[in-house]
Design a protein around this ligand. Structure first.
Ligand SMILES: [Ca+2]
Length: 560
């Protein structure tokens, strides 16, 4: 079979980007592809931006001189089609009425791309940068001693510098070192677990009892051959949930020395974050300044069935049961907004962070529906998520847009809406693109037609319009493995059209990759920040201190 006419060798290219200053935020350093679009659309966009600025100024005037509040709700491991649609809910045998109602009140971003897993998507949103640039493309579950560098500039930092009050509640998952934590990354208040659900619902004793995990737990293995007592991760000796305020050391909460972490405590943590999200909303709404509230629930991800006595959906899946709870909780939060009178001056975004955790399909109740693959994959199933935005009177209710959006675009868009765009750093590449025009003017007003999809540090796919070049294993030198897909005709990426598209598009895609790589050569990727795990937590338990000492010893063995 003649595969195609694509040659992906990029190593020898010498390429210089022209300096282009065609638009208002012209000092921001973008990826190469954006300048191709600016070169052709600058005039149209400038005119559109002028009108948008007038709309935003009129809003601020009506809102006591203040920009809108921002609430960002990021739901873990939910694939495309799971939320927001009664018909698709019915296919799965459950319902998410609160989110469906929310979707009707706002705009559906039908082509929202994320990164393929938790950490990279969260980093992309917070920094506007794809995480291969700052060493945060991978996801860690254990004590790891690295995280999001303090020198990265987060959305919370620039919003807070622009006068916003900022709070983060729930999953964070951007490292176990101090500089990576939300209260050192721009949030005035933060309640979050240091790690994620691997520890919180998969590694603990209840999970081991149900064989969700094998080989760990308080009483689930015979240790007669054990020589290395440090091999097994003990969820209970790792730091669990912490709380803190800006610039001050956080404290671990609801965990005593010697206490075992279990599924009941995980449930209590979830309930607590819901309560804290509501408390923060109330506290922030009472203040005079605009606010930025992040609520990133841990549910629906659930390991054992310990805290689920009754199944209340035809689906019967354990994640689905918890998703029903998250939906109810989000409904409560929206009702609280109505009561507080902040619904109309607040932009709310609800979305997933990556595709399904297919390891738990179909037991979880979820399995990829429209796209192929899930969390960790660079097929559409890994990176396409449900996403809804609501801003009554400004964003058209019950609307759908098919324009491409990447999660980094939210960084740029919110920065503009919050009057913080001038604070975006100009010494590094920002992957996000301002999509205010799309949100305010609707369908076909998007400013992105491409996405570079990375698996950790490897470029595994390139999307341009509806065409996708999939590069298995990220092997750019082996063209024979690459395939073109037409995502409109083939959303499952099952039927390559490599010759049909490659004949005219192969060279174009190759040059697109070359420009991207040349840009990376000018602005090289960096590693994450590294440090001492848990440093600065006020009340570390003795078993946690021991776990850190063991970790540091193991890390230091190359130097022995
Ligand atoms: Ca996730």
């Amino acid at each position: 079979m003649i595969k195609k006419t694509v040659c992906l060798t990029v190593a020898t290219l010498v390429f210089t980007m022209p300096e282009m200053t065609a638009q208002a935020q012209s000092d921001i350093v973008h990826d190469a592809e954006y300048y191709i679009l600016v070169a052709q659309n600058a005039e149209k966009w400038a005119a559109e931006d002028k009108a948008l600025d007038e709309t935003l100024a009129a809003f601020r005037e009506k809102n006591g001189g203040k920009p809108p509040n921002i609430i960002y709700i990021l739901i873990d491991d939910i694939g495309f089609g799971d939320l927001g649609s009664e018909a698709l809910n019915s296919i799965r045998g459950y319902s998410t009425p609160a989110i469906n109602e929310f979707a009707r009140e706002g705009m559906r971003l039908a082509r929202m791309y994320t990164e393929p897993s938790c950490t990279p998507t969260r980093v992309a949103f917070m920094t506007g940068r794809q995480p291969y640039r700052n060493g945060m493309g991978n996801t860690s579950v254990d004590i790891s001693g690295f995280g999001l560098a303090g020198k990265e500039v987060t959305l919370a930092e620039i919003l807070s510098e622009s006068g916003y009050n900022t709070s983060h509640v729930g999953k964070w998952h951007m490292g176990d070192i101090k500089e990576a934590w939300p209260n050192f990354q721009g949030f005035n208040y933060a309640a979050f677990p240091i790690h994620q659900q691997g520890q919180l619902t998969i590694f603990h004793d209840d999970a081991a009892d149900e064989e969700v995990s094998i080989g760990i737990g308080a009483n689930n293995y015979d240790d007669r051959y054990t020589i290395d007592g440090w091999l097994r991760t003990d969820a209970s000796s790792m730091v669990t949930g912490v709380e803190g305020v800006r610039g001050e050391n956080p404290r671990e909460v609801h965990m005593k020395p010697g206490e075992r972490w279990n599924e009941t405590k995980y449930h209590e943590m979830n309930v607590r974050y819901q309560q804290q999200a509501k408390e923060q909303l109330r506290a922030l709404a009472e203040k005079n300044e605009p606010f930025f509230l992040q609520y990133w629930p841990l549910y629906p991800l659930t390991g054992p069935r310990t805290t689920t006595d009754q199944y209340t959906t035809p689906n019967g899946g354990i994640y689905v049961e918890k998703m029903k709870l998250v939906d109810q909780w989000i409904g409560e939060l929206m009702a609280e907004m109505d009561e507080l009178g902040v619904a109309d001056n607040t932009l709310v975004i609800i979305m997933g962070d990556n595709g399904h955790f297919t390891k738990y399909s179909p037991q979880s109740g979820f399995t990829p529906m429209i796209f192929r693959g899930g969390k960790g994959d660079t097929t559409e199933g890994g990176v396409r998520v449900d996403a809804f935005v609501r801003w009554p009177g400004i964003i058209e209710a019950d609307s759908v847009v098919g324009d491409i959006v990447h999660v980094t675009d939210l960084f740029m868009t919110i920065a503009r809406l919050g009057g913080a765009a001038d604070l975006i750093p100009t010494d590094r590449i920002i992957d996000g693109i301002d999509q205010t025009a799309l949100m305010l003017n609707g369908e076909t007003h998007g400013r992105r037609d491409y996405v570079f999809i990375y698996n950790i540090n490897k470029l595994e796919a390139v999307v341009k319009e509806q065409y996708k070049l999939a590069i298995p294993g990220g092997n750019l030198d082996n063209a024979i493995l690459a395939d073109f897909f037409d995502l409109f005709r083939d959303p499952q990426e099952k039927y390559p059209v490599s010759t049909e598209i490659g004949a005219w598009g192969g060279a174009k895609f190759v040059r697109m990759i070359q420009r991207h790589m040349a840009r990376k050569a000018k602005y090289p990727d960096e590693g994450p920040a590294v440090g001492i795990p848990y440093e600065g937590i006020e009340n570390l338990r003795p078993e946690t201190k021991t776990a850190v000492e063991e970790f540091l010893f193991m890390m230091n063995t190359p130097k022995l």
